[in-house]
Design a binder for this molecule. Structure first.
Ligand SMILES: [Zn+2]
Length: 153
């Protein structure tokens, strides 16, 4: 893993999941501070305080991870935030690191497809073949598996 010096400041900022989630929203593209609050509520199902969102955005901006442009939306001045190139690179590194952590943590609970061997993160397709319950990523893999079995016999 690349030890990135520029990530150190970022690590300090990511002290909780709320902030992490804000970064994933920013990563998708430019967004209004207000939209962050709305989207947070929709996806996570709980309120996030503007007193957390705005200072965090400001901190990110001070560290050069985020920049903003002001624009008028329905006569109201809104700030549109977006990640800078550095911010985006740091997020990519951070998300990769997080993905590694998460996949290690859930590894034991993940099934692999008995045909293509891909990891099944969501619903698995199960079928009992020759009295053995097999796990597949999809019905097509189950069919391919059965076909290859017939050919081998
Ligand atoms: Zn498969």
């Amino acid at each position: 893993m690349v030890k990135d010096k520029s990530l150190e400041g970022m690590d300090d900022l990511i002290s909780d999941f709320n902030r992490f989630y804000i970064l994933t929203l920013l990563y998708k593209g430019p967004i209004h501070g207000y939209s962050i609050i709305i989207q947070f509520k929709c996806r996570i199902g709980k309120e996030i305080s503007p007193s957390l969102v705005y200072p965090f955005l400001q901190q990110l901006e001070e560290k050069g991870y985020v920049k903003h442009t002001a624009e008028l939306v329905e006569d109201k001045k809104r700030k549109n935030f977006e990640l800078t190139k550095t911010g985006k690179e740091c997020c990519t590194t951070l998300f990769k690191r997080f993905t590694e952590l998460v996949s290690t943590a859930i590894e034991s609970s993940i099934y692999a497809c008995d045909h293509c061997n891909c990891k099944i993160y969501e619903s698995a397709y199960r079928e009992t073949i020759d009295c053995i319950e097999m796990t597949f990523c999809c019905i097509h893999c189950a069919q391919s598996y059965k076909q290859s079995k017939t050919i081998n016999m």
